[in-house]
Write a protein that binds this ligand. Structure first.
Ligand code: SF4
Length: 166
């Protein structure tokens, strides 16, 4: 990657020197995108043990769950209602990872998750796994969380997307 970037920089410089500013800018944009996409992925997206450790911490200390979001999970949601001091179940059921300010589903992060899952197991498509669990990365608790779950650290204003990042 370093070599490619160095070559692109030389090309951009030559274009600038020849007053081909528009073309130089296009190359500079490509360089910026390459640098961005080559940024390091969070460790927990690449190391399953670390992800599991952080997820367990989220369960133990921040009430991350429910285990199976497709079930009623009355006890789980009642606890959340008590914690947030609300009377309506719908109030807490709308406070999910999927709309939490820590939930990162930018394309760069999804690439990281895909890359990490791909390294875990080659027998299935990482993209299928991401879609099935609707995974994103929790920037607060540093693990791959599912959009249909929640935790006590939920914050309004999410998710983090490419559009919001700009
Ligand atoms: S902080 Fe937000 S994204 Fe992270 S686990 Fe809690 S609810 Fe989900």
């Amino acid at each position: 990657m370093k070599k490619i970037l160095a070559h692109l920089n030389i090309i951009a410089e030559n274009l600038e020197n020849n007053s081909e500013i528009l073309h130089a800018n296009k190359i500079n944009l490509v360089i910026a995108k390459l640098v961005e996409s080559n940024k390091q992925c969070p460790d927990a997206t690449q190391k399953i043990e670390l992800n599991l450790k952080n997820r367990q911490k989220a369960i133990d200390e921040f009430g991350y769950g429910p285990a199976d979001p497709s079930q009623k999970n009355e006890k789980f949601w009642k606890k959340k209602m008590d914690m947030w001091k609300v009377d309506e179940l719908s109030d807490v059921k709308n406070m999910l990872c999927g709309n939490c300010a820590a939930f990162d589903i930018t394309s760069g992060m999804l690439n990281c998750i895909e890359k990490g899952i791909g390294d875990d197991d080659k027998s299935f498509s990482p993209l299928d796994t991401i879609d099935a669990g609707q995974l994103g990365y929790c920037r607060f608790l540093k693990f791959k969380c599912a959009s249909e779950r929640t935790c006590d650290a939920w914050v309004t204003g999410g998710p983090i997307t490419d559009k919001k990042k700009k």
